[in-house]
Design a protein around this ligand. Structure first.
Ligand code: WTA
Length: 659
């Protein structure tokens, strides 16, 4: 397995490779005039005193005890709103039930088969309390970890908020992950309870969530109970192992009318752990805490999406990723907003499912990913044109750099050339949006995430950490912000090394960026060994580990190659052990193997068999060469790679070129 990141992907070479293309389109300033109009001084105010700005925002939270200090900053350890006490479920639910919002829709949910459900804040309040009581009965206490492995159903939100009510950090594992990925995450955070469903609907089929959960928990001794939602009515087919397994609906029946006093939690109490890919084979459990995270997600939701009470806000992310945590659950609900939540696939039963949902519920805000936008473009304009999308007044993009063509198409064909488009840059680690235009205040440029959110100090620096006024470099963050991850669960050293060692005192994002003459930021993609496949983060090392776990594979190297729709796709180079034959059959087998090990999102698009991996004299894998081969720039007929002389020849040409 390749264990050393290569020089090219870490050094300035990566930046110049990323800088090849100039993506600029003319600026577009036609933002709705009223948006954020009341707060035109926000940038200056936040710049003058960022802590005062965040303190001002924190007044919008409901506190059980006021905090004493806004920020304690001992690089890289941040504590925000020190000494305060609060509860996230109270902020997202209880407080709205004390106002007219009690009967306002909190979640408008649509299942893939077409069933739907509206939950008001009052409904959410009752269910969160009921389920919190159920969890208590199962022995969950303040500080216990609870794993959640579900599809996009309202019970997922109820489960998260019930955990938050008890002070039990949740870890949501994306329902598309494999049993092994689920097992690893449960083992890492030593979860006590697993909440899942019998299955979930996806493209008309059932995802076997409970089967996967059963496979995972065999090796998870910390799990005491598995709670199962009956989603697909597969009750008769799902084996329940008493007393470990319990049905969600039984627990809820037993807890009818229960009210659970919310825990008064310290500002820095862990709210959740969310695993994300890094540059090693082992995912990192990013830890987010309560007050700062809520303040950051609530504030950014409010300003970036210009959230108002009559908005119907549709975020298409899955809650298994951070976008769903911050911008379906915590941020919008803290604002008392109405969120549309959809269970299934955008192309089921037809390629207009999102437009159908937008029209049906009169959605006003749509937040989705460039990969989806590029798919819509390819599917053709007739799909959005079939629907009345005139309710939309703001569009958002997240997850990867958006190419200007997709940005312009999105605005023209979905936004009818009328709506602002906010391209929002952030990460699992940052907790909330950090670089984005603000509608009504910032002139957009298609393809640029524009400028930092108020109170955020971002910079583009060179190898030595010198600021690059105009040009390309590494994106760093120079000041702490409230929603920043506090550490990696169980591995503070890795947290320091990964994020705070590359440039002393600053947070290193792992992204390359370019700054133009107007100070606008253009995100260029990752400069480390993390891939972004259809907006999903996957570590090359994770895929490499999965490949070498197959008995036929001796060595593997994985690179990201440009993909028209997904942004990046996975190409894997494998050397086989003696006695194994390369070919289509072997490639299919390895693709299946990776999908089973990690999840279908990590399935390589291309597998190349090579007699050896091209390495530099210092034994570093030449990933740039692999990328060129993967993208077809070097040789046409790649099957010949299995001949040892071919690769040797290409490599020597490369070595000459690179000096
Ligand atoms: C990429 C998702 C360009 C980036 C919220 C980052 C983006 C990684 C954008 C984080 C954007 C996310 N423009 N690139 N608007 N948004 N990225 O942790 O490379 O799943 O480092 O968080 O996605 O991915 P994550």
């Amino acid at each position: 397995m390749a264990t050393t990141p290569d020089a090219a992907s870490q050094g300035q070479g990566a930046i110049s490779a990323l800088l090849q293309e100039d993506r600029r389109y003319p600026p577009s300033s036609e933002f709705t005039a009223q948006a954020n109009a009341g707060d035109a001084g926000i940038y200056e105010r936040a710049k003058a005193d960022p802590e005062a700005f965040w303190a001002e925002q924190a007044q919008n939270l409901d506190w059980m005890e006021p905090y004493k200090t806004v920020l304690e900053w001992d690089v890289p350890w941040a504590k925000w709103f020190v000494g305060g006490k609060l509860n996230a479920s109270v902020n997202c639910v209880d407080r709205h039930t004390k106002t007219w919002r009690k009967n306002k829709a909190a979640i408008i949910w649509e299942g893939e088969p077409g069933d739907s459900r509206v939950m008001t804040f009052g409904d959410l309040y009752r269910e969160v309390n009921q389920f919190a009581a159920a969890l208590q009965k199962l022995g969950v206490k303040n500080g216990d970890r609870v794993a959640i492995y579900m599809g996009m159903i309202p019970e997922l939100v109820v489960a998260m908020l019930a955990c938050a009510r008890l002070g039990a950090p949740h870890t949501v594992v994306f329902g598309g992950f494999s049993p092994e990925s689920l097992r690893d995450r449960i083992q890492d955070c030593e979860a006590k309870i697993l909440i899942t469903a019998d299955g979930g609907w996806r493209r008309g089929g059932k995802v076997p969530l409970k089967d996967n959960a059963d496979k995972a928990v065999v090796e998870c001794p910390t799990i005491q109970h598995v709670v199962v939602v009956n989603r697909t009515d597969d009750a008769r087919h799902v084996p329940m192992h008493a007393p470990r397994d319990v049905w969600w609906h039984r627990l809820m029946d037993d807890a009818k009318h229960a009210i659970v006093e919310p825990e008064a939690l310290d500002s820095e109490h862990p709210l959740y752990i969310l695993y994300t890919s890094g540059t090693t084979g082992k995912p990192k459990g990013m830890l987010h805490t309560t007050a700062g995270y809520l303040c950051g997600t609530m504030t950014t939701s409010k300003y970036v999406f210009d959230l108002k009470d009559d908005d119907v806000y549709f975020c298409t992310a899955d809650i298994g990723w951070v976008t769903g945590h911050s911008y379906i659950v915590y941020g919008p609900l803290a604002n008392g907003a109405t969120c549309v939540m959809y269970e299934g696939s955008p192309d089921y039963p037809d390629k207009d499912r999102f437009w159908d949902i937008v029209e049906k519920y009169r959605c006003t805000i749509l937040y989705t990913a460039p990969t989806a936008i590029r798919s819509f473009m390819r599917w053709g304009n007739e799909f959005p044109e079939k629907h009345d999308l005139s309710s939309l007044r703001l569009l958002g993009s997240v997850g990867e750099p958006i190419n200007p063509e997709a940005w312009v198409w999105y605005r023209e064909h979905i936004g009818a050339d009328r709506t602002p488009v906010v391209d929002t840059w952030w990460q699992t680690e940052t907790g909330h949006i950090l670089i984005t235009p603000l509608p009504g205040l910032t002139t957009a440029k298609p393809g640029s995430a524009t400028i930092p959110f108020p109170g955020i100090e971002a910079d583009v620096v060179d190898e030595q950490g010198n600021s690059v006024p105009v040009g390309g470099g590494y994106l760093v963050l120079k000041k702490p912000w409230p929603g920043m991850a506090r550490t990696i669960w169980g591995d503070p050293d890795r947290y320091v090394n990964q994020y705070w060692s590359r440039f002393e005192g600053w947070y290193f994002t792992g992204d390359g960026a370019k700054r133009d003459e107007d100070g606008y930021l253009w995100l260029l993609g990752r400069v480390d060994d993390v891939l972004n496949v259809a907006g999903h983060r996957i570590g090359t090392m994770e895929v490499e580990s999965a490949l070498v776990s197959h008995p036929s594979v001796a060595e593997a190297a994985v690179v990201g190659i440009t993909h028209e729709i997904k942004g990046q796709a996975i190409a894997a180079f494998c050397t086989l052990r003696a006695g194994n034959r390369p070919g289509d059959e072997a490639a299919d087998e390895l693709k299946r193997h990776v999908a089973a090990k990690i999840g279908p999102i990590a399935r390589p698009d291309k597998i190349f068999f090579t007699a050896e991996l091209p390495k530099t004299r210092s034994a570093k894998i030449m990933r740039r060469l692999l990328r060129d081969i993967g993208e077809g720039r070097v040789i046409g007929d790649t099957t010949t790679l299995a001949d040892p002389t071919v690769l040797a020849e290409i490599r020597s040409q490369y070595e000459e070129k690179e000096g």
